[in-house]
Design a protein around this ligand. Sequence first.
Ligand code: ADP
Length: 671
Amino acid sequence: MIDTRALELLRVIGENIAGKTGEEFFRHAVREIASALDATYAFASRFNHSEHSAKVIAYWAGDHYEPFDDYLLDGTPCALVSDGHVAVFRDNLGEQFPIDKEWFEKLGVKSYLAIPVRTEDGNVCGHLAVMAKDNRDWQEADLDILRLFSLRAAGELERGEWEARLERKNQEFSAANDRLRLEILDRLRIESDLADAKIAAEAANLAKSTFLGNMSHELRTPLNGILGYVQLLLRDPETTASQRESLEVMRRSGQHLHELINEVLDLTKIEAGRSELRPAVTQLFDHLGNVVDVARVRAQDAGLSFGYEREPQVPSVVNVDAKALRQVLINLIGNAIKFTPRGGAVSLRVGGSPVDRDHFRLELEVEDSGIGIPQADLQEIFEPFYRVTNSGHTSEGTGLGLAISRRLVKQMGGEITVNSRVAEGSCFKIDIIIECGTSACATAPTATPEFIIGYTGGRRRILIVDDDIVSRDLLAKLLSSLGFVCRVAADGAEAISIMSQVAFDLVVTDLEMPVLCGRELLLKARAQNFNMPILAISASTSMGDCGHAVAEGFSDFLVKPWDVDQLLRSIASGLGLIWQYRAAAPENWPAAQPTNHPVVKMRSEFTRLLYHHAMSGDVNALMEALNDAHSGAEAALADEIRRLAKGYDLRAVRNVLEPLLGESPSLLPIR
Ligand code: ADP
């Protein structure tokens, strides 16, 4: 029992330590305990059960605090307490615990009292102990005092434990924070590097586009001169058949070069996201027929058969960007041919179904029996520069064709899909909804320009403005030969000055010129009330399409190298002209229209061979084959074909041969 004096003492002690926490609490506690129990020494510890040791939190040594090393419990009176017992030793402490005998003697300690400190769930976490220099008959009241302190001590020990844990967690947290900060810094640095790289790449891309644009301009200008003069010479009745043959080669090579320049530009535009579609009313079958012609020749060269099927419900006149459609088909068919070993087959199928009165779902399938594409690569092949490398098949290519094709088909509002099996073949399918047109809207076949010799009505005056002397003279020669009165100027300023002296019916102007460019010329002319049509021609494609030019006020826009047919059509529409045609082509001129030959009997193998050479554009082989004609009707027809072939008019040759083939030429397998 605690007597009144003791209770009073406890109240005072309680007040002294009420506001203390942590180590401070223990320091006050041991001091108060020592004083309350009249013992010289008092200490409080935390047990480390796994190491069987104690860590002293506070130690009061009679009149001062002393540091106390951690100690092992074995052989000490504290070991009993760590096992959960109250330890009461009244005397002879040194004799009972020989390990500490020396120390007890040094301190003069004879008796010992300690109780375990337990957590809320009853586990022993530390102890409170007092040591006295006299033999002491410890009382229950002494134990009660220790018990009272032990409750707070348990709370403080647990709190300390939680604080230590919290501290550890805080340290972990702050280490994680530091790592995160470093990662964020790293990330920011990478992002900034990426942004720099992107800016650099965009600048490089812009520089590349500008370079390609300029290059294309620089290439187009001389090409315009070459192709223009070739066309002029082809129109000249004095040109002999053999010269015409060479000129045709020059024309086709020039056109090929022109196509290459355009493809490079297309690529640049697509990469820069600047390619625009130009849908127009198109004779679909004529258009596909041209693609098939090219494909058939290529397939034959590669030792493949080529099939072409079209379903009857497909409309013949549609509104589509024919150039883009051709580009996609040529690419798909080109790939099919490239990736199919000799002896295989490639085909183009055209089908689909009507969506409503004005729209048709057009389905185009390019199928081959080639090497196929592994499943894992099927999506990837549409990515720019992706090529299947482990197919065991090497081929030339850039890996851009499918990326461009998919982009173009997407722009047309459609999609392109593929099915393929390795070693069996592939089938690429294009699915587009197209607007149906009416035949009336489709561009009427125009008279072949070689036959235009002039125009009806009074003589018209044309002012030609171009700083490139070759282009200027070429136009002047061509137009003068058709009866126009031509004047030339080297820039817009000179043009304005000539226009103020002479009235013109039409101005044909280049766009990029020194002093005063084509656009400035247009503005100045209109400001001075010169209201004649002004036709723009440029080697630069910066104008985009003729829609832009017309919106700016030009009557039309042509890109160099221009085509005579196109140019004359544009001039005629600007001036409201009616052309006069030559009544008949001179002897050595190519026939422009199919000749109506009576259908004569010709051996079918022979016909096929001739047709094949005509399709391949191989005039020499065609001429040689013609020598094998049998006498009679076949020889007469061969003479006619020879005449056409000499004039390099292979289209006319095909027109003669096609009715003799007996079946649709496009379905003929080529061996
Ligand atoms: P390129 O033909 O210039 O390599 P493409 O973009 O047209 O570029 O094609 C990408 C790749 O897709 C080709 O390199 C080829 O590996 C694969 N591929 C395309 N078409 C076929 C096909 N018909 N058969 C097999 N592989 C094909």
